[in-house]
Design a protein around this ligand. Structure first.
Ligand SMILES: [Fe+2]
Length: 191
């Protein structure tokens, strides 16, 4: 099980955060076109950051396993660029950790994120890094997030869960009629 840590809906106006993301309509898009480009870059021997190299390997795994790539479409938003950095400070102080990285993911109605592992540059061999997922839109029947052997559905706005470990397989599917937003954060702890 991934541990339930608490609820942060009174710490941040998540509705406002989402409203701003939708207004700016930015973010990094991952869809079939992007996945095929990543795979193409492998054959061209283009070398990128470790995160992009990790994304290339994930794309290959999806393709080799005949995952329906047309169903994949998600966006990633970054702190400082797409949402205010103060959010990271507020959440890491609630978690009593030192902030490392964060992102917000968005899956629109009808789309999925295939099962995958994330790249974990913060981790190295340091066991004091922990990862959390926060459900930041109002509960919605049909919005699914899978983390290891656990399935989260129709979660309360603001619920925070700690990943059991950093290397868990995870995926998402949005069968509802509203966009699914998740806030992901990694913090370091002095243990
Ligand atoms: Fe992921």
């Amino acid at each position: 099980m991934n541990d339930y840590i608490g609820n942060c809906k009174n710490l941040i106006d998540w509705n406002k955060v989402i409203e701003n993301l939708e207004k700016s309509d930015e973010g990094e898009i991952f869809n079939k076109k992007r996945i095929e480009k990543l795979i193409e870059d492998i054959s061209k021997d283009v070398k990128n950051s470790s995160e992009i190299e990790h994304n290339k390997q994930t794309s290959v795994i999806w393709k080799e396993n005949n995952y329906f790539l047309d169903s994949i479409n998600f966006k990633l938003y970054r702190p400082g660029k797409n949402y205010e950095h103060t959010i990271c400070d507020i959440i890491s102080s609630f978690l009593k950790g030192k902030y490392l990285t964060s992102s917000i993911s968005r899956v629109d109605p009808g789309f999925t994120v295939g099962i995958h592992r994330d790249s974990t540059p913060n981790l190295l061999l340091d066991k004091t890094v922990k990862r959390y997922v926060i459900f930041i839109n109002p509960p919605e029947v049909g919005q699914i997030f899978i983390l290891g052997d656990e399935c989260f559905h129709n979660e309360e706005l603001g619920n925070i869960y700690e990943w059991r470990n950093m290397d868990l397989l995870h995926s998402a599917a949005n069968t509802s009629f509203k966009s699914q937003y998740l806030f992901h954060i990694e913090c370091k702890f002095d243990i």
